[in-house]
Design a protein around this ligand. Structure first.
Ligand code: B1M
Length: 227
């Protein structure tokens, strides 16, 4: 069995100590943090998702697996976020109202921090007015929203409408992501950009802050003016 499989298995079993230990060993052997994430941690969580769907795992076990994933992410975090560069800007990040999933969001935070952004992570189950308040408080130029449930995707639209309706913050760029989302859905709710995964989110954030009047679509600058 490869080390990556061992790592994925430790996540699936919810073995905190083992997931930390294998992550550290892989790092010590010279494996890069992004590779560890993509080859071990995310596939492990993918299996958890499939078992959860098939009723082969239940919520307490999924939570224990999530804890093991976070334990390994804690080891990777300093490496993913280490950057001596001055900040590229402040991003307000959160999972929308009604949604408690935070593993993907936390990965997005690490990748954004690793790319030189200052990230204010509001956590999970965040109502639209809180996002608006924090954009104002922190003078942020970018808002990043995560949702993992088909039932909470519409809450992203509520946030976008609240931001665009507020004269003071209406020009804030808004990016969205999360497993059930698509570029089409992002367009339909008037998000300025959509990223499929955490590294895509970091690239998109850079692009969104670079251009003044353009929306990003399929990771390409698109001719559409911001609505
Ligand atoms: Co939930 N859950 N869950 N869950 N859960 C899913 C999402 C589900 C697909 C499982 C399934 O049925 N197969 C399903 C959703 C079905 C649907 O809506 N279509 C589901 C359900 C139904 C539920 C409950 C309703 C279950 C219940 O109570 N009956 C409930 C809802 C609670 C709530 O939120 N109100 C629930 C609860 C939970 C737990 C609390 C037990 C736990 C969350 C723990 C935590 O997050 N701290 C949990 C988990 C862990 C999962 C699965 C198994 C794993 C999610 C995950 O962390 N994946 C998930 C199944 C699955 O996805 N395979 C499932 C790993 C993570 C790295 O990926 O989050 O997709 P992901 O993030 C990716 C990308 O999506 C993207 O980048 C990340 C990294 O590449 N991304 C962004 C995410 N946000 C982004 C933002 C961006 C850009 C990219 O820009 C801003």
């Amino acid at each position: 069995m490869t080390k990556y499989q061992d790592l994925a298995d430790a996540i699936i079993r919810g073995d905190n100590a083992k997931s930390k230990e294998i992550t550290q060993t892989l790092l010590d052997q010279g494996t890069g943090p992004v590779e560890i994430l993509n080859e071990g941690l995310i596939p492990g969580m993918g299996v958890v998702g499939r078992k959860f769907k098939a009723n082969e795992m239940y919520i307490p076990e999924v939570l224990i697996a999530a804890r093991a994933m976070h334990a390994a992410m804690d080891v990777l975090k300093p490496l993913l976020t280490e950057t001596g560069a001055p900040t590229k800007g402040t991003v307000i990040l959160g999972t929308v109202r009604g949604d408690l999933h935070d593993i993907g969001k936390n990965l997005v935070r690490m990748m954004l921090e690793g790319s030189g952004f200052t990230v204010i992570d509001l956590g999970v189950d965040i109502p639209p007015e809180k996002f608006v308040e924090e954009i104002k408080k922190n003078n942020a130029r970018l808002l990043a929203l995560s949702a993992l449930l088909t039932t909470t995707m519409p809450a992203m639209k509520d946030v976008i409408e609240a931001v665009k309706a507020d004269e003071e913050v209406k020009d804030t760029r808004i990016m969205v992501g999360g497993a059930p989302l698509t570029q089409e859905y992002a367009d339909s709710i008037r998000a300025d950009g959509y990223a499929m995964d955490a590294s895509g989110a970091a690239d998109l954030a850079k692009q969104l802050l670079q251009y003044k009047f353009r929306r990003i679509k399929y990771n390409k600058i698109c001719d559409l003016p911001l609505l």
